[in-house]
Write a protein that binds this ligand. Structure first.
Ligand SMILES: Nc1nc2c(ncn2[C@@H]2O[C@H](COP(=O)(O)OP(=O)(O)O)[C@@H](O)[C@H]2O)c(=O)[nH]1
Ligand SMILES: [Mg+2]
Length: 228
């Protein structure tokens, strides 16, 4: 029997089309579906066992509307942009750990990843938050627009872990990335227990999904990086 339940809220962020939904679904079901219905926020709940700890996870697959809309200011009113901005700030505050995803075949998505990291740093100024930067779609690396080195440098700038992977090709890199993030959060929890409070136990080993709108200081150090 596993020892104490530890709860973790993981936020998945990134430009539209980088594979946030594919990554979340791959981790939860081990399956790759190819097409994902919408670009709204989706919250998943599940429980996993990591190094003898039973961890209850909430994974929020965010549409990141505020960040992706800001580059399309002509099609978005200031009011819509403001409310999307507030929503994303709430999501960042809500999270205990964050995955920032970009696609190695989209330079624009790499710039969005940088903007997201800057935003996280601003909002989580005084709270330590484990972050993992992931470059997705290595199965089509002949269309690569961002090098492994650029990804690694960005991660070093923000003191986060970094990996490249293909969600489409294999579940291994996806599982390893989530596990690595969870392990970092477990370690942080020992040093900062108030950051990761014990929350009530949800129905274990089941995956539940809620669709729809939900919501209304990184240190500089070298982190492991790897191309999967
Ligand atoms: N080639 C390739 N396509 C991927 C990969 N991951 C996701 N996709 C595709 O990219 C598109 C956008 O994925 P989606 O998860 O909806 O992106 P989101 O908008 O970030 O949630 C879909 O057609 C996916 O099948 C990958 O690793 N390789
Ligand atoms: Mg999506």
């Amino acid at each position: 029997m596993s020892s104490p339940v530890f709860s973790l809220r993981i936020l998945v962020m990134g430009d539209v089309g980088v594979g946030k939904s594919a990554l979340s679904v791959r981790y939860l079901t081990r399956r790759y579906l190819g097409e994902y219905l919408s670009n709204t926020d989706v919250l998943y709940r599940c429980a996993v066992e990591v190094e003898t700890d039973l961890v209850t996870l909430e994974i929020l697959d965010s549409s990141c509307a505020a960040i992706t809309n800001s580059d399309k200011a002509t099609t978005t009113t200031p009011e819509v942009q403001d409310s999307a901005e507030q929503q994303i700030n709430c999501q960042i505050k809500w999270s205990d750990a964050i995955i920032v995803l970009y696609s190695i075949i989209s330079r624009a998505s790499f710039h969005v990843a940088r903007k997201i990291l800057q935003k996280i740093r601003k909002i989580k100024l005084t709270t330590p938050v484990p972050i993992i930067l992931l470059g997705n779609k290595t199965d089509i690396k002949h269309r690569r627009e961002t090098s492994v080195n650029e990804g690694r440098k960005l991660s070093e700038e923000f003191g986060c872990q970094f990996y490249e992977l293909s969600t489409a090709e294999s579940v291994a890199g996806v599982s390893m990335s989530f596990d690595s993030l969870i392990r970092e959060a477990q370690a942080l929890r020992i040093c900062h227990p108030k950051t990761f409070p014990r929350r009530s136990r949800t129905s274990l080993l089941s995956v539940s999904k809620m669709i729809g709108a939900m919501f209304g200081k990184a240190t500089k150090k070298k982190r492991p990086s790897l191309s999967l």
